[in-house]
Ligand binder design. Structure first.
Ligand code: FES
Ligand SMILES: [Fe+2]
Length: 328
């Protein structure tokens, strides 16, 4: 079975777009192999439903949004609050609307500048990032990219620090120590499980903006962790107290393609423009993407399917828990 078909995965939240992308929409997205339409109505409410008109199955995402709601491009049926069909132009004013004309909407949540969908019954909330409500921090959104990579491979990579000196040679990793110290896994906070570590990384000129330092090497106090099924987070703290939090989101479009977006929170003085601040992180992400797009297929999930060593402990543990979820 392909992991995207696992019923249990339907019950979690996945970011599929930035809020700006669905204003007013409609926007077509694909999540776990199913197509959805997402739009924002005049009252500000964001709605998501299968991208299929209940009338003759036209994709609703090729329609438009007006003050009545989402209008289908084929025969003009209009869908308002909670996907209720409010107009069937061919039937004329006041005619009864068949119950099957209403859209079977899915759960939507707006958080961290992103639109999150949960097609099933949510078993929890969108993972909490405490810095989002801390006024000392600003949030920077980075857009949503499509990677031709299984979301499982992305999580495996984001939990792995042993690839830094190999893959990130163009950014922060060139010449870094290759040996990974002993990793102790722990609950990092309510939602994230992972590990804390310290590392000295290269601080080239283009990284000075994010590290706040001009030294050639900077010390970072870091943590890396995950919230099941597929959200990961890296936290970075520099010696001077500057913090840089990265929420790395891998949303399965299908078994081997994913939306990738990351969100940054920083307690800096806002003196540097947001886009400039995240340029270095973008370059780091591009290095991961180049490597991962060359690794075919989705990640084998069995514990003995691949050779693993001490530095793989976080991703092995994530994979064990992810597999248990997929099989539940
Ligand atoms: S297919 Fe949408 S209104 Fe007919
Ligand atoms: Fe990486």
């Amino acid at each position: 079975m392909e992991f995207v078909q696992a019923e249990a995965l339907q019950n979690y939240w996945y970011p599929v777009a930035e809020i700006e992308d669905v204003r007013p929409g409609p926007l077509a997205v694909t999540l776990l192999g199913s197509q959805y339409v997402v739009w924002q109505s005049d009252d500000g409410r964001v709605t998501a439903a299968p991208d299929r008109c209940p009338h003759r199955e036209a994709p609703l995402s090729i329609g438009y949004v007006d003050d009545s709601g989402l209008v289908c491009a084929y025969h003009g049926w209009a869908f308002g609050t909670e996907g209720r069909c409010v107009d069937v132009p061919s039937s004329g004013e006041g005619a009864a609307i068949p119950p099957a004309a209403h859209l079977p909407c899915v759960n939507v949540e707006e958080k961290y500048g992103l639109v999150w969908l949960c097609p099933g019954e949510p078993v929890g909330s969108v993972p909490a990032v405490a810095q989002d409500s801390d006024p000392a921090f600003r949030r920077i959104n980075t857009g949503v990219d499509v990677w031709k990579v299984a979301a499982t491979r992305m999580v495996d990579n984001f939990l792995d620090i042993s690839h830094f000196p190999w893959v990130h040679t163009g950014t922060f990793g060139d010449g870094l120590a290759t040996e990974v110290p002993l990793i102790n896994l722990e609950q990092l906070d309510d939602d994230f499980f992972g590990y804390a570590y310290e590392v000295d990384v290269n601080n080239p000129d283009e990284a000075n903006i994010i590290s706040g330092s001009e030294e050639a090497l900077v010390h970072r106090w870091m943590s890396t962790g995950y919230a099941l099924p597929l959200i990961t987070r890296s936290t970075i703290r520099y010696d001077d107290g500057l913090e840089h939090i990265l929420l790395l989101c891998s949303t399965p479009i299908d078994n081997v393609t994913s939306y990738f977006t990351f969100v940054v929170w920083r307690n800096d003085d806002h003196s540097v423009d947001a886009e400039e601040t995240i340029a270095f992180d973008r370059a780091i992400g591009a290095e991961d993407k180049v490597m991962l797009e060359r690794v075919p297929g989705s990640l084998a999930l069995g514990q003995t399917d691949m050779a693993s060593v001490q530095s793989d402990k976080p991703s092995v543990e994530w994979r064990r828990r992810f597999l248990a979820l997929v099989e539940s």
